[in-house]
Design a protein around this ligand. Structure first.
Ligand SMILES: [Fe+2]
Length: 360
């Protein structure tokens, strides 16, 4: 990877930004949006004191001069500023200041509840999950931990907190002892909860292991091996539907979703709650084959991460990226009790960026 730099063509008044991996020919209008003179930028909030639409669409570079700190730019409206490289690179970072995502392989590691948050946050944002130990085994231990981390619990139709243990009149399969295959939670909600937290209070029953699968890896494999399936999963509307005495939640989504850069980066998968659009028979057969292929992949050893949560451990995962499930357990062999809730991923990303500010 080459080094980040500006390339200036003074004669042609062209400015190009190389980030090290990509090349961006810069528009004078785009660069003018980064004006930092006191009349253009509030120093405390870093918010603009002008609206971007007020910039003249005919704006040009009048003069470009490479200088030690970056490039000295004079615009055709008379404004002049030295632009440095790093703030512009930060502004176009596709990971918005978070670590690039990777698929986890290797031995599971856990993070101490009182340990360095920056390490846990980095792991979570990279791999899409984290297991935190020593959270405590009191029923409110998870709430106290999340409150300490300033993570607000989001209430859903399952309440503020939900108990995952065998119930006599269960309103969801999670509350029975059967195996639960890979799925994402609540795709029938808008917005879909972004982080699920599962706190282990008791896990004495035989079986009942937790499973996690990274959709990022599944998507990569499908795009490489069966690109037609990737398109079908991306383009076929699926209605996810949850109904209960006091809830009627239903949303059309697609199983794969693109991010703002056009990459497939989000998955909605809940094969007991999905009702796809009635494509013509042959097309529907292909769509069905695509979801079977996806399901086989998600259930393969290649993708499955399997571990047994211990009392006092808290598992958190990105519900728009990681699929989760659990193996069957025998309720007669001992108690199993997990307590769950949802929190928002933007708060985790913010906490990570702050941890990086304070780290050095
Ligand atoms: Fe679930």
């Amino acid at each position: 990877m080459s080094e980040a730099r500006f390339v200036v063509n003074e004669q042609a008044a062209l400015l190009t930004l190389f980030t090290g991996s990509s090349e961006y020919p810069l528009s004078p209008i785009w660069l003018r949006e980064f004006s930092n003179a006191p009349e253009y930028l509030d120093a405390r909030t870093q918010q603009r004191l002008f609206a971007t639409h007020t910039i003249d669409p005919d704006l040009e570079f009048s003069r470009l001069t490479p200088v030690e700190q970056g490039v000295d730019v004079e615009f055709s409206d008379g404004y002049r500023q030295v632009f440095e490289l790093q703030p512009l690179i930060n502004a176009i970072d596709p990971d918005v200041g978070c670590p690039p995502k990777q698929t986890f392989t290797g031995e599971l590691k856990t993070f101490d509840a009182d340990g360095d948050d920056a390490d846990m946050l980095e792991f979570f944002l990279t791999y899409g999950f984290a297991v935190i130990r020593n959270v405590g085994t009191d029923t409110d231990s998870m709430e106290r931990y999340l409150a300490r981390k300033q993570l607000e619990i989001r209430t859903t139709n399952f309440g503020r907190l939900f108990e995952v243990r065998t119930e006599v009149e269960a309103n969801d399969l999670a509350y029975t002892s059967v195996a639960i295959g890979p799925h994402t939670d609540n795709p029938y909600r808008d917005p879909v909860p972004t982080i699920q937290c599962l706190h282990c209070l008791k896990n004495e029953a035989e079986g009942g292991e937790s499973t996690l699968m990274d959709s990022m890896e599944a998507i990569r494999i499908i795009q490489r091996e069966q690109p037609e399936y990737a398109e079908l999963l991306l383009n076929t509307p699926v209605r996810f539907w949850f109904t209960d005495v006091d809830a009627e939640l239903s949303e059309w989504r697609t199983i794969f979703e693109r991010n703002q850069f056009g990459e497939i980066a989000i998955i909605n998968y809940s094969p007991r709650l999905d009702f796809a659009y009635p494509l013509p028979p042959e097309q529907y057969r292909r769509f069905h084959q695509a979801r079977q292929y996806l399901n086989d992949l998600l259930n393969s050893d290649q993708l499955e991460l399997r571990f047994k949560l211990q009392p006092g451990e808290l598992m958190i995962f990105d519900n728009r990226r990681m699929l989760h499930g659990r193996t069957e357990f025998d309720p007669a062999s001992g108690a199993r009790h997990l307590r769950g809730c949802y929190v928002d991923i933007d708060a985790m990303r913010s906490a990570y960026r702050i941890s990086q500010r304070n780290r050095y």
